[in-house]
Design a protein around this ligand. Sequence first.
Ligand SMILES: Nc1nc2c(ncn2[C@@H]2O[C@H](COP(=O)(O)OP(=O)(O)O)[C@@H](O)[C@H]2O)c(=O)[nH]1
Ligand SMILES: [Mg+2]
Length: 356
Amino acid sequence: MKFMVLGFSGVGKTFYLGSLFKLRYDIGPRGIALQDKNFTEKSWIGNTHEIMTGIEVGSISSTMGLIDSSMVLTKGMDQIVDIEITDVEGQALNQKSGSQTAQKLISTIEDYDGLILIVKAPRNLQEAERSKEHLGQMLNFAREALKGNERIPMALVLNQIDLLPELHRIKPRLEEELEKLEAELDNKYGGNYSLIEQQLRIRKGEVVNKFVKPAVNTRAVFQVYHTFFRFIKATKLIVPNKVFPCTSLGFVNTGDTLDFATYLAESGQIYEPYGSAASFLWVIYARLKTLPKVRLMEIMPNEAGSNLLVDDLLEDIRDLHTSGKAYFDPDQNNPTKSGIWSLRNISLLESHTMQA
Ligand SMILES: Nc1nc2c(ncn2[C@@H]2O[C@H](COP(=O)(O)OP(=O)(O)O)[C@@H](O)[C@H]2O)c(=O)[nH]1
Ligand SMILES: [Mg+2]
């Protein structure tokens, strides 16, 4: 299966892909992991990840043209399905540049199984205007993809949420809250780490997302995803879609900008990206749910296997949310409330039909 990240220069496409590499080892209860197809050689994404997390010293060059990385989804010892990911040079979307990459993009975009549209999460209405404008241009490319296949899922990633003013300097407060939760669980289940870890995976998300909620509940953010939904509604096609607030760096910033390498080197922090893994796995999940049977059989000849994979993916996506690695609205957990951010709608393929 082939997936692509689309977005203007500097929105964080390459970092987003680098952050996915946490899925190599930080796996959910169903054990789905993402690996290099050729794991003895360093890939573009692997290299990006190592530079981001400070393992490797270097800088991440801006992407030129289209760069494909061959990955594979694994479950335990099994390689389940091959995944190609294409990183795009942001300039390709720029109308003025009229580049060869743009032409190549248009001629190949029909072959993709899912698109990840990335914009910066807007800090104010002015930035929302800009994100909407970018989104409009990205949707022009998406339209080309939908011509060939109307069921191609699209995730809208609202990226770099760590720079939203509501999330400035939340790290110490967040840690304090999480320590309280850990102390409570320690008291209750003293020494039973299996139970403590399990409880944390279920309850951490609510704590983390209480902090994220005011940041994504703004008019500026609403305007951007509303534009996305309007586009999808207007196509009258069955386009699976969902919106994901993301930060490839995690909630580490202390101001308007962040020098990530210095930060990691100086503070010895654990690298905790947010939103990216869930959004990526969701696009794969949505594609598997809507793929015509013939295609599904080509990709995964074992039908029972493909059904299992869909269940496993959903379970691991849910776990990413409940364990605090993706956003859901902590106040929308009761059954009478439901909206695009509610936990129980994770399996829903058509967010644009829901109220926020
Ligand atoms: N604060 C913050 N900065 C980010 C994030 N993702 C990327 N960046 C910064 O944005 C710059 C551009 O990211 P990059 O992935 O190269 O953007 P691309 O042009 O879309 O591929 C990087 O140098 C990072 O410093 C994020 O989630 N949060
Ligand atoms: Mg790039």
